[in-house]
Design a protein around this ligand. Structure first.
Ligand code: SF4
Ligand code: SF4
Ligand code: SF4
Ligand code: FES
Length: 961
């Protein structure tokens, strides 16, 4: 295990690095150094190994110059300038250690300590407190003023936040927390209230941290040099002894963390300042919501049962795996080779996804493998491959810092990709312009010190019309980058597209009324995007989860090509991936038609390569997609499923259809850390491992492959990849991997875009962005430079076809769904953490006018009915949604959000149309019939789990027949 708990690897250089080609030479304490222009004297000294005492400075924040601890002497300058706020200059001569400076620093420290509790020995920060260290550094031995004067020692603690405490008696009013909240997080939740002696940190918008505007990202806790803001887990467990660098297992940003450990116990997750995606920042999920990993609900023993209404029976791994294998083989013998399949997980590692698809193609002998990307970003894969030639985003997150115009469509980064959301807001505060295209008034539309220039609040389901109208303006108003198009794109396809979007039918005046957006706003947005020197598009599931999801993705790529906004930093087409490893699970060949690296299964040459490596004959035709598996199950031709780390019974649309399909199968094998909704229909339960319990890699939305490192042993005894290996062997297909690095070596051998990827190379670089091969040994942060992956970029026609899902007098409202910051996807992890303090149930957002006309007030129970089903939620009356639109999240299974969503899906990829469902909403007083049935079934399944027979009980053998 690589131990990164070397304090030298995390030295705080006091002020941020400067990027300048101009080098400045100076002399510090008799030693010469050259640093980039703009560097502070403090940082230059730290680079020489000289630590100047500091309290208010830290290298993640711009210097503030308030504590006066860092005074130095500089030839030619009067007094004692603060080294943190003084930039270096050519020929400067600096002294950091003189008797006079030592006196001055001791005097300053004396004042701080006279108003500070002297409980160092029992303080949670003891041994890891900057105030304590600096007191030692300046040699403070006595406090001449005593401790009896006015002080803050009796001030009450604020313990309201589930994850950190605020203890004002320890505050030195250095403002690091306030600046972290402003500069790093961009929430502006903290202020220093009062003046002089009365100064104190206050959280805005509430009487304590929990009720305030704070979003609990932890940046202030990280920045605080004392124990004033401290993680509760640190107080409870004590100072960590070691740290391991790993990657967050929540969203597609892929933040890097130091998992700080005491023995085998995780003390805290600290964002890694060397993390390529997050640069030391985090959000409430990755930073704090990791308690689920050791939650008592974890199931750590394999279980089997013959019928889903039987009690579970605990068995050994060997028994569970051989039972699963015998059932899979029995079913294939009876119903045919194609009667079984598998689902890979975007929450598991690349190596695990690779193994599951390999198991299906080799041991199952078919291509019936799919992944949860089917229901989120499969249109991204299709649309970008068609237009640009590669199924992935084009940029690094850092690229946004060079964007002049940012177009966010169908994405809500501050909730779903919070660390990127903070970076985007930082760029907006620097002056970039923002266009938001979204049915809801998401936070980015109007956040502190960052506001959208334009918010096009379109009707759900009209993205393609909107994109065509934008393209119309760009073409007809002469805003094309003709030089780029001529040199980089296919001429005939471009001409066809240009003629198509120029039609009057595609003018904003024609399409604006369909979108519900004034034509002038659309024209203004098109001009702003096309005229921006660097214009970048960021999009999410609000684009893909539509009947025309793939068309919209191609429409976005068309816009970028037409304006020359692709192939350099600051621009590009950037899908914001939902789950941690959606990109990776797709890369690994999880789709039924593609082998790893997006190579079509029908390609004989590619198949031959894999056949040779895997020692089998591969089927040349694509297998079943997830929705086809459900159809086939209901037809009686698909009878068994191996589902790893995915909860299709909650996450997939039209729940009643999905559960009927699961009930129709004879063997459902679920591998998960909890008894999730799908596991309630399972016959074999293989206990999964959390990201803390295994080695592997995740690939984030910028194609960045980062290491996941084991910090504790798997609670169930096997990591997920080991369970798949065992199942393959039990099925008679030998797999013999000793470590996930060997799996990655195989992936690299067989996948051209991964040829130079290995654990050693990832460790050397910190992370690697694919393509990473002989042509790009250090990886590829920006794609399509010089030429597109497919050669010339291809414009695709994007005719707008309205969805079949239409409002009428029976279903007059449009429901759209999404996420909230504190919860994650199906909620299986975050519902088992303190994050429920912010969001303990899903609610239905409804506009005040729609609520009023239905007699609905805030908090009422409301029934939501669609053509697919009914459910009941509490109402939240808000003008965040437009009249005619309602919105909910889907984090709680009992909410039944997917009972309402329909079977409509993207024409190219079957990605469900979660974002558009015609509904009616009425006040009700009791749960829906589905919810009552769900509750009864869930209660029964919980009883069957609770009453499970343990492995030492003799009935075990019964199930084996
Ligand atoms: S936790 Fe984050 S949002 Fe909350 S006050 Fe601290 S920096 Fe601001
Ligand atoms: S809470 Fe911490 S970071 Fe904030 S002003 Fe007080 S000591 Fe400084
Ligand atoms: S932004 Fe995403 S990857 Fe980063 S800490 Fe939050 S959930 Fe984890
Ligand atoms: S560290 Fe420079 S003034 Fe505080």
């Amino acid at each position: 295990m690589i131990n990164f708990f070397d304090p030298a690897s995390d030295i705080d250089l006091g002020t941020p690095a400067r990027d300048s080609e101009v080098q400045v030479s100076l002399n510090i304490d008799g030693r010469a150094i050259s640093v980039p222009a703009g560097t502070s004297v403090m940082r230059a000294a730290a680079l020489l190994g000289t630590s100047i005492p500091k309290l208010c400075a830290t290298d993640s924040l711009e210097a503030f110059g308030s504590c006066r601890m860092c005074m130095v002497e500089i030839d030619g300058m009067r007094g004692y300038p603060a080294s943190c706020t003084t930039p270096v200059s050519e020929g400067m001569v600096v002294r950091t250690q003189t008797a006079r400076l030592a006196d001055l620093r001791r005097n300053v420290m004396e004042l701080y300590i006279s108003d500070h509790p002297l409980d160092c020995l029992t303080c949670s920060a003891n041994g890891n407190c900057e105030l304590q260290s600096v007191a030692g550094q300046v040699g403070l031995r006595e406090v001449r003023y005593g401790y009896a004067g006015d002080n803050h020692l009796a001030e009450a603690k604020d313990v309201s936040n589930p994850y950190f405490d605020y203890e004002p008696s320890k505050c030195i009013v250095c403002s690091r927390c306030v600046r972290a909240c402003e500069d790093i997080q961009g929430t502006f939740a903290l202020t220093i209230s009062g003046r002089g002696f009365d100064s104190r940190v206050a959280a805005a918008g509430g009487d304590n941290f929990l009720n305030s505007e704070c979003v609990s990202c932890g940046a202030c806790v990280q920045a605080c040099p004392t124990a004033t803001l401290t993680e509760k887990s640190l107080v409870q467990i004590g100072q960590p002894e070691r740290a391991v660098i790993t990657t967050c297992a929540y969203c597609g940003v892929g933040c890097s963390f130091r998992a700080e450990m005491k023995g085998d116990q995780l003390v805290r997750m600290v964002p890694d300042k060397n993390g390529g995606a997050n640069h030391g920042h985090a959000c409430v999920k990755g930073r704090f919501a990791w308690g689920y990993a050791t939650h008592p609900d974890r199931i750590t023993t394999p279980m089997i049962r013959k019928h889903i209404d039987d009690p579970w029976q605990e068995v050994s791994w060997d028994e569970a795996v051989s039972y699963a294998a015998s059932e899979l083989r029995r079913i294939q013998l009876k119903y045919g080779r194609d009667s079984i399949g598998g689902i890979t997980s975007s929450r598991c590692t690349n190596e695990e996804a690779y193994l599951v698809q390999k198991l299906v193609r080799t041991a199952f002998g078919n291509n019936n493998v799919d992944t949860c990307a089917r229901v989120c970003h499969s249109p991204t894969g299709y649309g970008l491959k068609q237009t640009l030639g590669e199924s992935a985003g084009t940029q690094s997150f850092d690229s946004v810092m060079l964007a002049d115009v940012i177009l966010v469509i169908g994405a809500n980064p501050t909730d779903a990709h919070p660390v990127f959301g903070s970076q985007l807001k930082r760029r907006l505060r620097q002056g970039a312009k923002l266009i938001v295209i979204d049915p809801r008034r998401i936070d980015l539309v109007d956040s502190p010190h960052a506001r959208a220039e334009l918010h096009l609040q379109l009707r759900p389901g009209t993205n393609v019309a909107m994109l065509n109208a934008l393209a119309h303006v760009i073409v007809t108003e002469g805003l094309l980058d003709q030089g780029f198009v001529d040199s980089r794109c296919e001429a005939a396809e471009f001409a066809r597209w240009r003629d198509f979007v120029s039609l009057a039918d595609n003018a904003p005046e024609a399409l604006g009324p369909i979108c519900g957006v004034p034509a002038e706003q659309i024209r203004a947005a098109a001009r702003l995007y096309a005229n921006g020197a660097n214009a970048a598009i960021y999009y999410g599931l609000g684009v893909t989860e539509h009947s025309q999801g793939s068309t919209a993705v191609m429409g976005i790529a068309n816009l970028a090509m037409a304006t020359g906004n692709i192939g350099r930093e600051g621009v590009g087409v950037n899908p914001l991936r939902g789950q941690n490893n959606v990109q990776g699970s797709c890369d690994m060949g999880s789709f039924p038609h593609e082998l790893p690296g997006y190579r079509h299964i029908s390609n004989e040459g590619v198949r031959a390569e894999f056949e040779q490596a895997w020692g089998v004959t591969l089927q040349p035709d694509p297998g079943l997609r997830i929705p086809n598996m459900f159809e086939a199950a209901l037809d009686g031709s698909f009878k068994a499923l191996y589902c790893q780390g995915e909860d299709i019974a909650q996450s997939d649309p039209n729940t009643q259809h999905v559960t009927a399909a699961l009930r129709a199968m004879e063997c459902v094998v679920v591998q998960d850390i909890f008894l999730n909704e799908t596991a309630k229909f399972a016959h074999v339960f293989l206990p999964g491992s959390s990201f803390l319990e295994k080695d592997g890699t995740f690939t984030n939305a910028e194609r960045r492959i980062s290491r996941v490192r084991k910090v504790m042993e798997p609670l169930a005894g096997k990591a997920d990849w080991e369970a798949t290996v065992a199942l393959a062997n039990a099925l008679g297909y030998p797999m013999d991997y000793r470590h996930p690095s060997q799996i990655m070596d195989e992936i690299a051998r067989l996948t051209p875009t991964f040829h130079r990827v290995s654990y050693a190379e990832i460790d050397r670089h910190g992370s690697l962005q694919w393509p990473c091969n002989d042509a790009a040994p250090d990886g590829t942060p920006t794609m399509h430079i010089g030429q597109f992956v497919r050669g010339k970029g291809r414009f695709m026609l994007t005719g707008y076809v309205p969805t079949d899902e239409k409002v009428n007098s029976r279903y007059p409202l449009l429901l759209t769904t999404g996420r909230i910051l504190s919860q994650y996807n199906v909620g299986a992890q975050t519902r088992r953490t303190g994050n429920v303090a912010w969001h303990a149930q899903d609610r239905l957002e409804i506009h005040p006018s729609d609520a009023e006309s239905r007699g609905i007030v805030e908090g009422d129970w409301v029934g939501i009915g669609s053509r697919a089903g009914q459910t009941v939620l509490r109402a939240q009356v808000t003008s965040r949604v437009a009249p005619g639109v309602v919105y909910t999240t889907f984090h709680f299974p009992e909410s039944g959000a997917n009972v309402i969503t329909t079977d409509n899906s993207d024409w190219a990829t079957n990605c469900p149309e979660y974002k558009v469902t015609a509904v009616e909403v009425v006040r009700v007083s009791q749960p829906s019939a589905w919810q009552q049935r769900y509750q009864a079934f869930s209660d029964e399944q919980r009883r069957l789990l609770k009453e499970r027979r343990h492995s030492d009980q003799p009935e075990t053998a019964e199930v084996h027949r």
